[in-house]
Design a protein around this ligand. Sequence first.
Ligand SMILES: [Fe+2]
Length: 303
Amino acid sequence: MGIMRLGRVQLRCHNWEKSVEYYKKVIGLIETARDENHVYLKAWDEYDHHSVILEKSDSAGLDHLAFKVKDEADLDYYEQKLIEYGVEVSRTPAGMRIAEGEAVRFQLPTGQYMELYHQIEVVGNGLPLTNPDPWPDGLVGIHPPRLDHLLISGEDVEGTTKLLQEVFGFGMSEKVLLDDGESMLATWLFITNTAHDIAVIKGPNAGVHHVAFYLDEWNDIRKAADIMGKNHVSIDIGPTRHGITRGTTIYFFDPSGNRNEVFCGGYITYADFPTITWTFDSLGAAIFYYNKELNERFTSVFS
Ligand SMILES: [Fe+2]
């Protein structure tokens, strides 16, 4: 039984044509399908059909996030666990989205819809499975190899954190406490062995602060900043480094106002990883280790 990884996010875009072009040409994701109101995209080193779905909408935001499970039977297993935990569960039928099988769907205490799925068409990463080169030809833009994590917002940070820990077995790598020294401002949670697969922060319910793509090394972060500069991308902060996770980063916005991140590095976690705590007075260093200050936009803009 197991949750494998963050498999997809579906983002709403109101600036439709420009947003699609941005995700394809600036981020460098590969389009694998589209229908009237959606474009399906994958990062180049992902084998599955898609990891990002863009949805034509009149607002920005997160439609849902989804984790891929190891076996089809895991859907029944986790559905039962959710019901026992007191969560209302439904099923998204196979074929409702292109190239996807059935999914288990429920709402997190912070308001986001989350799905679990197993079946999805495999399209490969453009390289053979025997004697491959390190990367395929034809990559454009920043071209991250994969989707990495997302930061969601809501009032009940404790509730979503507890559900992810108790139902699915997520570990908590880090947490930031509020100034009362007890309640949680934010938590960083992992189910793979990265520093985090999802993070949760106090903010508007059902909100998303950012969706992050992985880059292999610091030089790729610098190159990504060059590409953002060339394409007049609105940069929020960076390049810089996080105290939390120790990752290097740039935050920036898509043409609809959804915040993206390119994220590189960070430590490896295992099941026995101890939770690191940041106190409220060290919040600046926790988020941006070098200048130790949060800008107003970073703390106030969610989609
Ligand atoms: Fe992040």
